[in-house]
Ligand binder design. Sequence first.
Ligand SMILES: [Fe+2]
Ligand SMILES: [Fe+2]
Length: 169
Amino acid sequence: MLERLFGSFPPIIQMLRDDHKAVRALFARYDKADKGEKPQLAHRVIEELTLHAKIEERVVYPALRAAFKESDLVYEAVEEHHLLHVLLQELSRFRPGPGSATFEAKFKVLRELLKHHVDEEEGRLFPKAEAHKLDWASLYEKAQMMKKQPQVRKKRRVTNHKPPRARAA
Ligand SMILES: [Fe+2]
Ligand SMILES: [Fe+2]
């Protein structure tokens, strides 16, 4: 395809690749961060990944499913997202947070699962998508709109503090 001849990707694919890169950088920062910085970095990983996954699920994957004759790669990606969401939900609620053995184990599994998932997207799914004639401009516009919606970019705080208990009536 023409864009690939010039070494660039369709804008939405470039955006998704940039998201992957940004999350990889956050994980790398997390490794070197001290105890005080880890909750904020973990929160950013969870927030960025949640938004990224929602954009793929609502905008990108449906377009690919419609365009592909064989959608097995898309179905596999959806199942991997399901597992990612389970971990993201658990990590956002888990107390105590970063530094505790269980949180660190869950965070590590999230990273491993994400690495596999991103390798598949960048190595197989996105190149397959680029071989199709899609309405790239409209997909990019929809993704940008989602990035601006505050209800999509839902805040989830990761702290080391227990949430206050509900008072008994
Ligand atoms: Fe994905
Ligand atoms: Fe992705």
